[in-house]
Design a protein around this ligand. Structure first.
Ligand SMILES: CC(C)(COP(=O)(O)OP(=O)(O)OC[C@H]1O[C@@H](n2cnc3c(N)ncnc32)[C@H](O)[C@@H]1OP(=O)(O)O)[C@@H](O)C(=O)NCCC(=O)NCCS
Length: 222
């Protein structure tokens, strides 16, 4: 097998993004993509992984909340995301009306006549960018977009969009700080290393684990 630059590809089971168990010694960690393949409400891109204190295979049942087929919304997760145990993603099936005389969902029971509230509130799906780290027990609310490179602190409740490379925390989550200088963030977003061929990312992994943007730039494929 060769890449577009004819560089031999290093062979390793964890380089297969559809390998559900890339760390055989740690079954609590799993690539998400194979676990949710074909799921109607979730997409996850290559190499994003989850950790679970129970069973990673139960991600869709336990960590996606209020997801119903008859509602238009989805959870979309980019590449190279790290998702901690108990992080949860709330879709719109749990929404009630907050701007009416009652928040009680009279129409759903069928015994209260035919109250017609109009369309139910839908804030849209959840989009998680690339290289996002979501901390333990964080909650991401409907309609939120988390930018590339962001970090969500443990036990945060994220109700608003998060800018790229921003650390947010608390309930409601507020910016704590940027991860990197603004100029580096712009260059990283331009480089979009997560879209590089796998072999190029493998070569760049040492640079990615340091904070020298010049070194990474030199490794960018043409
Ligand atoms: C967000 C996080 C990465 C910040 O770590 P850090 O860069 O070392 O930051 P610090 O501990 O110096 O904290 C910086 C500020 O953020 C606040 N903060 C840290 N964690 C927070 C949290 N979970 N919720 C709210 N605020 C938080 C601190 O109180 C501090 O505020 P201050 O500057 O007003 O004193 C870390 O606290 C965290 O939540 N990590 C997630 C761990 C996890 O869940 N791992 C699961 C395995 S993948």
């Amino acid at each position: 097998m060769t890449t577009s630059t004819d560089t031999p590809v290093f062979d390793h089971p964890a380089l297969d993004p559809m390998n559900p168990s890339p760390l055989p010694a740690a079954a609590s960690m799993a690539y998400l993509k194979p676990l949710i393949a074909g799921h109607p409400k979730i997409t996850a891109d290559d190499y994003s992984y989850i950790h679970s204190f129970d069973d990673p295979a139960c991600f869709a049942e336990t960590q996606l909340k209020y997801a119903f087929d008859f509602i238009e919304d989805r959870l979309e997760i980019g590449r190279f995301c790290s998702i901690a145990a108990d992080a949860s993603f709330v879709l719109n099936g749990g929404n009630h009306f907050a701007d009416r005389l009652s928040s009680y969902p009279f129409p759903i029971f069928g015994c209260w006549g035919e109250p017609d509230p109009g369309p139910w509130p839908n804030k849209g799906g959840i989009t998680i960018g690339h290289d996002v780290w979501i901390g333990w027990d964080a909650v991401i609310m409907p309609g939120v977009t988390v930018g590339h490179g962001a970090i969500i602190a443990a036990k945060s409740v994220v109700t608003r969009d998060v800018d790229p490379y921003t650390i947010v925390g608390g309930n409601p989550a507020k910016p704590i700080r940027k991860r990197l200088p603004e100029a580096d963030i712009e260059r990283l977003l331009e480089l979009a290393w997560w879209d590089w061929p796998v072999e190029a990312i493998r070569v760049a992994s040492d640079a990615l684990m340091k904070a020298d943007i010049d070194a990474l730039e030199q490794l960018a494929p043409n």
